[in-house]
Write a protein that binds this ligand. Structure first.
Ligand code: PRP
Length: 212
């Protein structure tokens, strides 16, 4: 029997794109394309078992070995610093992590900067490097509201098209880091299923190359 590689895919729009890469790379799983609420799908012939998980949870499944490989955003990898191997940049799900603020914002130097974010670790590291004293206000979503209501001076958040900022009269102050989706692997899974994982990596790499 073929060795099964367990793959955690991020549920949602990005996940569908990611699955398409796996499919075109030769690791299809027809049952995944039937619309239902199932979360686990496998194709023993191809040696793959997929499961849909929340995008921000992919790294946890992989780090703990419930999945051998998975696809996670670089934002999640930078924020949670999971102990996994990063095997490939899929060059999709592209956006950037940025500092944004109200249009008339001027950094109140000499005072503590109030930073609202979902990404406390990324924001903390960014300002620590600048030796800037900050107060992190950890939120779980709709971060853009914070500076509008005076809860924070700036936000650290993901900017994709820039529409959310624009429609809320905010603008990027500084880009922190570009983000894209990455193929990651569990460290022992990578060792014990090396051949299978490398075959998947090779197929995906080819897809990245073809699609530019
Ligand atoms: C993300 C991010 C921004 C928005 C940026 O939010 O937090 O709010 O997308 O995209 P844009 O530049 O294309 O407008 P998400 O949709 O993940 O929801 P959230 O409010 O839960 O963070």
């Amino acid at each position: 029997m073929k060795t099964m590689v367990n793959v955690a895919l991020p549920k949602g729009r990005l996940g569908e794109k990611v699955y398409d890469y796996f499919k075109k790379a030769g690791f299809e799983c027809p049952s995944i394309e039937e619309t239902n609420r199932k979360l686990i799908f496998e194709n023993p012939e191809k040696g793959v078992r997929y499961f849909w998980v929340k995008p921000s949870d992919v790294a946890i499944y992989v780090e703990r070995g419930a999945a051998d490989i998975g696809v996670a955003g670089k934002d999640i990898l930078l924020e949670y610093e999971p102990d996994v191997y990063e095997l490939l940049d899929l060059n999709i799900g592209k956006c950037r992590m940025a500092v944004a603020a109200k249009k008339d914002f001027r950094d109140p130097k000499g005072t503590t900067l109030r930073v609202a974010t979902k990404f406390a670790n990324i924001a903390g590291n960014f300002y620590a490097e600048k030796c800037r004293d900050i107060d992190i206000i950890k939120l779980n979503g709709s971060i853009e509201i914070a500076p509008i209501l005076g809860l924070s001076d700036v936000i650290v958040d993901i900017v994709e098209t820039g529409t959310t900022l624009k429609e809320n009269d905010l603008e990027v102050v500084e880009t922190i880091v570009p983000i894209s989706a990455r193929l990651i692997a569990n460290k022992s899974g990578y060792k014990f299923k090396n051949e299978e994982i490398l075959a998947i990596r090779k197929g995906l790499e080819e897809q990245v190359r073809i699609r530019g």
